[in-house]
Design a protein. Sequence first.
Length: 217
Amino acid sequence: MSTLLLRLAAPLQSWGVEAKFETRRTQNYPTKSGVIGLLAAALGYSRNSSLERLNHLFFGVRVDRRGELLRDYHTVETKTNMGPSTIITERFYLADAVFLAGLESDDAAFLQELEQALHNPVFPLYLGRRSCAPTMPLSLGIRDSSLIDTLRNEPSQAKSERKLWIITDAQGSDVSALIQDTPVSFDRIHRKFAFRPVKERYIDMSLPTQHDPMNEL
């Protein structure tokens, strides 16, 4: 069992779970669809490529710094039968947030393929929207441990609260919420997302862990 670890940090990021033309909101942590989309871009997938292999990865996020919600105000001019018309739109972002995302698999070779693709992506990578370029490093490498243990033991990537929030794919009947962020298709016309059950938990970073930073050298 191994886990590919990603550091998702940028001046701005936006993880949409609900999108209407006038208002584009962001989830307060990275969505599975957003991270799978990032990996698909790194691999060079087309919008019609099968996402089955990526969706089978056991996914989780740790919130190291929540960031601040930023509202971006837009006006868009359109043409109608009655002449020009102005539409007010809003875009929401997370400013200065830092997240740790993990993807667990028994297929170590596939995780290595993903890590190499992140270092040499086919398409540009961004955190939810094209205007949100990630800061480096993006990939923190592969850990020889489960997703839960990795998120529990990895040092915080930001000065943050003592208790950190972890959201993972739920296992069994222990479910905290349902989120519609599993990508079925990224096709521009027939974009589709399925629900997934998630489990939420908190960890106390002030407690000693089994992590040995010298093992990373």
